[in-house]
Design a protein around this ligand. Structure first.
Ligand SMILES: C[S@@+](CC[C@H](N)C(=O)[O-])C[C@H]1O[C@@H](n2cnc3c(N)ncnc32)[C@H](O)[C@@H]1O
Length: 260
């Protein structure tokens, strides 16, 4: 289907008998279309479609581009990712590090299925990847990750495993301290609450989602700030999910400003 939409076009969305109407070519129109695109993508599982260097990556293309921007800017020595699934995201990070000529990716998953492990291990990017099988919040997993990140100058952490608020809150607590100053803790899939109203959505997603954990964390941890730069493409599974760890200079400057 090809849609005709002239400059005077209006969008009307009717749900539960209530209609919202906006100008299509307006910031509100862009927000509505982006929101609806996210809901439809979640309904039709579009995020399960992309592959990176032949391996399935469970991310929307917009988010892949945004994480690429972040990795290129930070040039991290270590990228830690919880939630491996097929491994495409690890291959993606590793491929960027390969182009930079440095760095390592640590992938953690409670269950790395045999065919996924075999695929990752046979991949040319495996040389930059360490797999850890175990719960991301288990003490022995965290101890291994700590040992592997100890000497790294820049550590970036991506959280994309179990998306319940409690699990994400625990991951933030355990992995936040591993993020180096000025680097990022990326908490993925905060949009789960937003897509709870799609046909295959679940009522419990409304509150039980990563965004709840992000907001609770930021409310009590002034050492991190949410960076809106990496969600500026409008469509994202990771709203409010890019958390930058302040440097000690920034924390001192904030302290001075508050005292004035
Ligand atoms: C959304 S998928 C990860 C997608 C992957 N990051 C990507 O971009 O392709 C979530 C993964 O988290 C894993 N998982 C669930 N609970 C976990 C836990 N407690 N610790 C570690 N991994 C977990 C699941 O086994 C699943 O493979």
């Amino acid at each position: 289907m090809k849609t005709t939409a002239h400059p005077d076009a209006r969008l009307a969305l009717t749900t539960k008998g209530e209609t919202t109407t906006v100008d299509l070519y307006s910031p509100e129109g862009l927000a509505m279309v982006s929101d609806l695109w996210l809901k439809l993508s979640a309904e039709f599982k579009v995020m399960y479609e992309p592959t990176w260097m032949g391996v399935r990556i469970i991310q929307l293309p917009h988010d892949i581009v945004q994480v690429q921007e972040l990795i290129w800017r930070l040039q991290p020595d270590v990228i830690v990712e919880t939630g491996v699934a097929h491994g495409g995201s690890l291959i993606f990070s590793a491929s960027l590090l390969e182009l930079m000529g440095k760095g390592h990716v640590i992938g953690i998953d409670v269950e790395i299925r045999a065919h996924n492990r075999a695929n990752i291990e046979a991949h040319p990017m495996k040389k930059r990847i360490t797999l850890i099988e175990g719960s991301s919040v288990a003490a022995e997993t965290v101890a291994q990750v700590k040992a592997l990140t100890r000497d790294a100058k820049t550590v970036l952490v991506l959280l994309d495993s179990n998306h319940s608020a409690a699990h994400v809150a625990e991951e933030i607590k355990l992995y936040g301290p591993l993020v180096t100053d000025g680097s990022y803790l990326v908490v993925m899939d905060g949009a789960q609450g937003h897509v709870s109203d799609i046909p295959r959505g679940k009522a419990e997603w409304v509150q039980d989602n990563p965004l709840t954990a992000i907001r609770q964390f930021l409310a009590t941890n002034p050492g991190f700030v949410m960076d809106p730069h990496y969600t500026r493409l409008h469509v994202t599974s990771n709203p409010e999910g890019y958390l930058r760890k302040l440097t000690s200079e920034e924390i001192a400057a904030r302290g001075r400003a508050a005292a004035e």
